[in-house]
Ligand binder design. Sequence first.
Ligand SMILES: *Cc1c(COP(=O)(O)O)cnc(C)c1O
Length: 272
Amino acid sequence: MASSSSSVQQASKERTEELLESLAEIRSRVKAVSQSNSSPTLVAVSKYKPASDVLACYNHGQRDFGENYVQELEEKARILPADIRWHFIGTLQSNKAKALASIPNLYSVQTLGSIKGATALNKALPTDRTSPLRVLIQINTSGEDSKSGIPPLSDSSSLENSELVLLATHILKECPKLRLEGLMTIGALELSLAASETEKNADFERLKETRDVLDRYLKVTYPEALDRWGDEASRRLVLSMGMSGDFEAALKAGSDIVRVGTGIFGQRPKKS
Ligand SMILES: *Cc1c(COP(=O)(O)O)cnc(C)c1O
């Protein structure tokens, strides 16, 4: 049965105007700093926000939305239009893989962090899915205990045994229902505050360096799997970095996907 958005309440006129104004502003700021030959993806992060907010943005042409909680995502996906591209950006628990993988218009999972998680997702995906599920590996570029993700690479690290190479090759060799799309980081807030106009953000640079090393490694080591990873046009792993407070800096640093929540939807209620 096709999902219908008729069951979603409409946002008030005031709320709709407010949302469209902030969405338009974020879009124009994204456009202003993007290189002319690139069109980065703006993911509107709608966690804790009502389906009516999502629908208002959808009616204004927004298609990419991000959610952090499987149950909240399931509920929204069920009642919102079927051509929304849902990006899962929350902590991935193996016991939730089945519920997540059953969402037909799940577009990507940006927070893959373990072989166990990849195996669980691959197993849980329905066999009749029309295309592989895009996954991004989450990298803990700032090394903070509070952040998930696996360590970044540098040229000096031992590649074959690094967690990242082991996970990436596991996806390519053992997970035919997944496509290794790229790498994602959250990064340290302090770094983005400290980075000035001239200074570079160390998290973004580290993610980019990690991507370049992994790109080269995969090209050389698995030439037979070239069509199983990266952006099909650029033939590179894509970068998902940049949130409300630092998406412009991230785009300048070469980000392909920015994830903006409060900048579009306003403050979220504090987690109790
Ligand atoms: C909540 C969240 C965002 C959005 O953050 P804002 O600062 O509200 O833009 C982006 N990425 C991830 C992984 C998140 O959990």
